[in-house]
Design a protein around this ligand. Sequence first.
Ligand code: ASP
Length: 331
Amino acid sequence: MTFQPLPTIALLGTGGTIASTASSSTALTNYTVTEGVDALLMAVPALSSLANIQCQQVFNVDSRNITNAMLLKLANKVNRLLTDPDIDGIVITHGTDTLEETAYFLNLVIKSAKPVVLVGAMRPASALSADGPLNLYNAVLLAASPQVHGLGVLLTLNGSVHAASLVSKVHTSHVQAFSSHEQGSLGQITDGKLQLFQRPYRAHTTETVFQLKGIKKLPLVDILYDHQSAGLHLYEAAINAGVQGIVIAGSGNGSLSPKAEKGARLAKQYGVACVRSSRTGSGIVTSSQNDARRGLIAAHALNPQKARILLMLSLAHTSERSTIQSYFEHY
Ligand code: ASP
């Protein structure tokens, strides 16, 4: 019988509901982050049969508090850890509210084929039927699975496995809160077994042009939500505040109200990049023949919050509209 050593997984804690407790076991909201990542690890003794785990607390916050500076810190740490030949994969615990933003950012800047898996929970650690422990077990199982090498950054909750590129939080409170819409999930973990159905087709990690070397600060990009009877004032305020990019959460297929259209013209005049995305929550914003003339970039498959992540990274590399448009088509 040959002895297979267990893989070594770095477990990085950043906070979220998975690390939170509430006043009673039936309270599913109104919780606060109280638990360190070592406590999450200790709550799931079965993890020791999957991997040797090295814990690190990177920060411990509700994910609404995550900033660009924290994204850079986390990504640099992950890239550093993955150059260590003794580390086989990474699991990051994270709040679910902005999980898709962090996952997509890492998916664009991590330069390794080793598994990076993000995980959270919809119920606090103190709840009856808390979902965190099984989600964490599944995340470590995933990060320790050779089949997911080269698939980019992944996310798992409630037994589903998603690619960072297209997954989005789609429910405020259910444990099945994440969906990859038309593309569907990449796979499922049931009874401690991983089954993959498909590969992600958007370019990621080692296939992107983005490098963080030398980047101390990300360009400022705002999201402006369009609606009937919208005004111009938010566009003026964003441009006056010195943003380098604006993502418009437009209606339907990235349609713009008259004032949003005017805001986009103003942005072009001031050299501010402007992306047309959709507030619908699913589907693709297709390029229009008029985009180049209007100085606009179509968001394609990215929702507004992911379009902001890609626009920040794009602007750190280039200000060329057509190059940025091609990033939106490929990433
Ligand atoms: N408020 C939490 C957060 O940190 C929500 C969660 O983790 O489910 O995003």
